[in-house]
Write a new protein. Structure first.
Lengths: 85, 85
C-alpha cells in the first residue's frame, strides 16, 4: 500500500505523518490528540512535554480498556454462536 | 472512590499519577507507554518531545480503531440476539 505524507497540527506544532492510512483518518486522529492534550493542559497547567506524556498515558489507559472490552465481546459472540449451533 | 498516588517511570523520567485505578493498572499502562515510546525512539532518532507527541498519535490511532471495532462487535451481538429472539 502506498504511503502518503500528511501535515497535522497538534498543540500548536506542525508534524508530518507518513502513513498508509487515508489523510482524512490521520487528520481525525490528530484532531483527537490535540483535543485530549488541550483538555489536560487547561485542567493542569503542566509543562508541554509533561502534557504530551500524560496524554499518552490517558490514551494508553483507554486503549488497554477498549482492547479488554473487545476480548470480552468476542468471547460473548463465540459463546452465543456455540449456544446457537 | 479513593484516589491513590503512583510513581511511574516513562522514557527515563518519573511522573506521579493520581488516579482511582489500582496502582498495578497504572504500572501496566506506564510500562506500555514506555515500550511504545522506546520502540518509536529507537526506530526514528527524533527529539524526546516529538516522540511523546507521535506516540500519543499512534495510541490514539489504535484507540479509535479499537472503539470502531467495539461498536461493530456490539452491533453484531445485538443482531444475533434479535435473530435468536
Amino acid at each position: 500500500m502506498e504511503k502518503t505524507k500528511t501535515a497535522v497540527r497538534i498543540a500548536g506544532h506542525e508534524y508530518t505523518i507518513v502513513s498508509t492510512d487515508a489523510p482524512e483518518h490521520i487528520q481525525r486522529v490528530a484532531a483527537y490528540v490535540d483535543r485530549r492534550m488541550s483538555d489536560l493542559a487547561i485542567a493542569s497547567r503542566m509543562a508541554p512535554n509533561v502534557v504530551s506524556v500524560l496524554t499518552a498515558m490517558n490514551l494508553a489507559d483507554d486503549l488497554l480498556k477498549a482492547q479488554d472490552e473487545n476480548v470480552r465481546l468476542r468471547q460473548q459472540l463465540l459463546m452465543n454462536t456455540q449456544r446457537a449451533g
